[in-house]
Design a protein. Structure first.
Length: 215
């Protein structure tokens, strides 16, 4: 049975081009805004003591029964939140492009997980740490760190099935790194989150370059 094209060729190429650029930009937006927030922090940001969300406030210290340096200010909060909201929107556009990039069921399932994960990443900026442990940690941050690696696993598996073994292997390796970083977040805190999100963003960058090249 022949699959039906979802969009004309020129429209699909334009979509892949825009989505690919968005995937590339997410890496620079997230780490750029984070680096600026840390630079303008009034305190000493410690990757082993602070969570990244501490740049917006330390509201759930009592919940976790831990003490850590106060590193937030209005400037760090604006930089952190705007960076995550922007990157999340870019990620959603990128994920829509993923959906139309391949029509295999596992690839499209991965794209749906990527859309949901990007939405959760956007919520990291919308619901910052001062709004509470439930909204920040579990609803947004942790949800994105489960959905996005799952998306990468599914798309990596689809790539291997399509004989793109190098990319499929890279995808699965980066998904494992992301989940490994997430698994030690209670111990390495900000460092673990950078490892987890870093692996996800590197994957988005590589796939974004591939999409732009194809377009």
């Amino acid at each position: 049975m022949t699959s039906t094209k979802i969009a004309p060729s020129h429209s699909k190429k334009k979509l892949l081009l825009i989505a690919g650029v968005c995937g590339i930009l997410t890496l620079f937006v997230v780490f750029g805004s984070m680096a600026l927030a840390i630079y303008y922090s009034p305190g000493h940001f410690d990757l082993t003591q602070n969570w990244l969300g501490d740049l917006t406030g330390n509201s759930y210290s009592s919940f976790l029964n831990v003490s850590r340096p106060v590193v937030n200010s209005p400037t760090t909060e604006i930089l952190f939140r705007s960076g995550h909201i922007t990157a999340g929107i870019l990620g959603i556009v990128f994920s829509v492009g993923l959906f139309y990039d391949d029509d295999t069921p596992s690839h499209r399932a991965g794209a749906v997980f990527a859309i949901l994960g990007s939405g959760a990443a956007t919520a990291v900026g919308i619901f910052p740490e001062p709004m509470g442990v439930i909204s920040y940690m579990f609803v947004s941050s942790y949800t994105s760190l489960v959905l996005l690696p799952t998306a990468i696993f599914l798309i990596g598996g689809a790539s291997i099935d399509a004989s793109r073994r190098w990319f499929g292997g890279l995808s699965i390796a980066l998904a494992i790194v992301a989940l490994a970083g997430f698994s030690v977040v209670s111990y390495l805190r900000g460092g673990a989150l950078i490892i987890a999100f870093g692996a996800i963003l590197v994957w988005a960058f590589v796939f974004g370059v591939r999409m732009v090249w194809r377009a």
